[in-house]
Design a protein around this ligand. Sequence first.
Ligand code: GDD
Length: 397
Amino acid sequence: MMRLEMPRYMERFGSVKIYSVQRVLELTGGLSTGPAGKLPGVINVSRADLEKLESDIAIIVPVKDENPKVLEGVLSGIPHESFVIIVSNSTRNIVDRYRIELDMVFHFYRLTQRPFMMIHQRDIALADALTEAGYPYLLGEDGMVRSGKGEGMILGLLLAKAIGRKYVGFIDSDNYIPGAVNEYVDVYAAGFYMARSKYAMIRLKWPYKTKFVGRRFYFRRRGRVSEITNKYMNMLVARVTKFESDIIRTSNAGEHAMTMELAERLYYSGGFSIEPYEIVHMLEEYSGLKKPRFADIAKHSIEIYQVEPRNPHIHEERDESHIPEMLKVSLGTIYHSVLADDELKKRIIDELVARKALKPGEEPPKPRIYPPFYNVNAKKLLDSLQANSDTFAIAGL
Ligand code: GDD
């Protein structure tokens, strides 16, 4: 049994419903039959329900040059029944880091029989496979899938579609705490349990990003990039509703999950802008300002849940130069939105210049947009990779 707070309120933008942040109350809340199982304002999800939902989830793990031991820890935290899809963009010159990752994953498979699929993002076999399947958009000028976290995630989504999973979730591969990973997947399942619409998304808000400072841990409440992106995302929301709001707290949520029915109908952007762009896109398309491409979504509505897990987020800290870049691409999704007015654009530029992420006179980059993969023949992609790819591996299906 997992026990969570019920969301305290919800804001609605046309067909998009965004729920306020809910906290996990108990990771293992005992049996539902006791008095705690009947408390108002609390959602109880039984272990049986969690496990059933988890067996319908594919977990996509993007990897780029992470420590294989940390990746192994991540795998150990993902429930056995959730199919794992690893998309790696690790370097292969001098030392073939992909080969090392693959060996580790196979070794882990021999010990656990946990089902998985794995591919290198820059595999040349993807050129024909994606073209035949009807999704060549990920390919760059060199004929290979572009580098970038978003591109790796979209590739993972296509593979999840190929195996017919009902839900998809993402977990970063640089997470040091397998117990946190385990909680994230439980939270995804709890979110799908709560959802009433077949178009649902669960976004995680890390309670703390934890750093080791001197001789002790320091629990930082606010992420460096995410606080700023949230501020501007909420300003974008205010442009739609004419009411200020602070409902959006998960603009940069790398850890998030969706129903496949929603995932295959969304537009995406590349690199580190993928997570904020999902929100921008849903607001642009489904807040009632235009005729949406998928009318059925507008009919059923999109439900976005934001959940704060219990485990702190302890992950690989990149060097500081990574931060302005992430901020620039994140705010670029808001800046280039049709919903942004001149005043908001000016504030974004001022913020980025003040943080030395932009030079005066520059604009943030326009996100590269990828269309929905609703019509893609994902099975064809899988068959083609199985026949022609040197890096593709699959076991346990
Ligand atoms: N396949 C693939 N391809 N994976 C990648 C690539 C790529 O080009 N680039 C990075 N990754 C993987 C990393 O190995 C890691 O597992 C994950 O994507 C996140 O990348 P990091 O470089 O570690 O980013 P971060 O930890 O600073 O940022 C994370 O948190 C942000 C919120 O604060 C990411 O999840 C961001 O997307 C998120 O916005």
